[in-house]
Design a protein around this ligand. Structure first.
Ligand code: PMP
Length: 443
């Protein structure tokens, strides 16, 4: 509590302009900011961003470890992306008619993502997962969808269960609403599965007659960078094949981050449908569903009712242009992904060394350019293992990191690297963790 008060005071002293905006906005916007709830004790207001640097309205500069929640894999304001966006802005931004950039982006998705024979674009990752569920229901004639504990698939009712809070036996979880205001029927139409546990496979077999699909993040992102074990993913694929339940990979974070072929490529497992977002929009709003041609054809079905997948901003030329520009730069250099993986490993190794040096029990998770840091009792494989970690420790760490000039998420510690991060940036982030953890230990 005392630590909380001292951080609060220190933050308002160091960041007076942000603190003042936050105070004034709190009279207008619930919680002070629509994008504010990840920040404690208060958010910074960012004026501009370039590369890995965020510059706030108090004149401070930070190394950004969130890079647009993973969207800005080239770093902020990459010239290829800003040029493409500026050119498109001058030509118009929403047409209500198709634009040629959509074909270009679809080709980049279809030629890189395993199992993607067709792709459609929507406005956000949330819309992508909503659309994927509809396609799966239309194709199977079944209502119920399955998801894993700890999986985050956007703020949509069915999949918004058992994100951090869990209930029931480990092998037989019960669905816990992760938001107020969900309908009871949405809770009835979801089956929650234990992550990385073979009991999930038994449950899928038992429930198969009413299951349209199983949705999984091949690396759980918002839960803190917890990878699905390869053998588990392979067994999941096999049980879906055996039962006719469709397998949906939610690659909104991992798509074009873990490699051109995403997590599907990294693990060598192909889903029936894949949802994408973030990176494919170059920093503008986007979502996509890609997958088997017969399933994707449901959105333009001539026999029976088509699956709705549209929206005012779906496939708008600005998002398409930004996405094409970002993916083109990303895919152009064969060294991009190996380099990101090396930097990610440097970060994970460095953070493990910091924990050891301070004698702090903690765990570093992640894969490729993603990492998480957790203070649970045991090395976490699932969100249940994280229940033993105190969210306030993660919050205090993030608050101290901010004061050290590093932007990191809390209470879930999930970091993202971009091609703009250098070894020096990684080392600075590691030493900021060392200073922040030292302060926490002293207090
Ligand atoms: N799926 C996953 C795996 C995500 O991480 C997110 C967003 N963090 C979403 C879906 C939702 O995407 P959006 O925020 O663009 O709606």
């Amino acid at each position: 509590h005392a630590i909380g008060r001292s951080i609060d005071e220190e933050t308002s002293r160091v960041l007076p302009a942000s603190a003042e905006h936050f105070r004034r906005s709190s009279e207008l916007i619930p919680g002070g900011a629509s994008r504010g709830r990840f920040w404690w004790p208060a958010p910074i207001y960012v004026e501009r961003a370039r590369g890995v640097s965020l510059h706030d309205i108090d004149g401070r500069t930070y190394i950004d470890c969130l890079v647009g929640f993973g969207s800005m894999i080239l770093g902020h304001a990459h010239p290829a992306v800003t040029d493409a966006v500026a050119a498109q802005v001058a030509l118009g931004t929403v047409f209500g008619a198709p634009c040629v950039q959509e074909e270009h982006l679809a080709r980049l998705v279809v030629s890189n993502v395993p199992g993607a024979e067709r792709a459609v674009f929507v406005g956000s990752g949330t819309e992508a997962t909503m659309t994927a569920l509809r396609i799966a229901r239309a194709a199977t004639g079944r209502d119920v969808v399955a998801k894993f504990e700890g999986g985050w698939h956007g703020a949509q009712d069915f999949l918004l269960h058992s994100f951090t809070e869990t209930d029931g036996e480990l092998t037989a979880p019960r669905a816990v609403p992760s938001s107020a205001g969900l309908s009871r029927s949405s809770s009835r139409d979801v089956v929650v599965l234990p992550y990385n546990h073979d009991a999930a496979l038994v449950r899928i077999r038992d429930e198969a007659h009413r299951l349209a699909c199983v949705v999984v993040e091949p690396v759980q992102g918002a839960a803190g960078g917890l990878p699905t074990e390869r053998e588990f993913l392979e067994r999941l694929r096999a049980v879906c094949d055996e039962t006719g339940v469709l397998l949906v990979f939610d690659e909104v974070i991992s798509g074009f981050r873990l490699g051109p072929a995403g997590a599907g490529g990294l693990y060598g497992v192909t889903a029936d449908l894949v949802t994408l977002g973030k990176i494919i929009g170059g920093g503008l709003s986007i979502g996509a569903v890609a997958g088997r041609a017969d399933l994707m054809g449901r959105v333009a079905s001539r026999e029976g009712r088509p699956v709705a997948a549209s929206g005012t901003f779906a496939a708008n030329p600005l998002s398409m242009a930004a996405g094409v520009a970002q993916l083109s730069v990303l895919l152009d250099d064969p060294d991009t992904y190996p380099r990101l993986a090396v930097l990610g490993q440097r970060m994970r190794d460095g953070l493990r060394q910091v924990l050891a040096a301070h004698g702090i029990r903690g765990w570093v998770t992640g894969v490729g350019s993603l990492w998480g840091l957790h203070f649970s009792a045991e090395s976490p494989r699932t969100v249940r293992d994280l229940a033993t970690a105190s969210p306030s420790v993660a919050r205090v760490l993030a608050a101290y990191l901010l004061l050290e000039g590093v932007v990191m998420s809390a209470p879930v510690h999930l970091g993202f690297l971009s091609t703009a991060h250098t070894e020096k940036d990684v080392d600075l982030v590691i030493s900021a963790h060392s200073s922040a953890l030292k302060r926490m230990k002293e207090e």
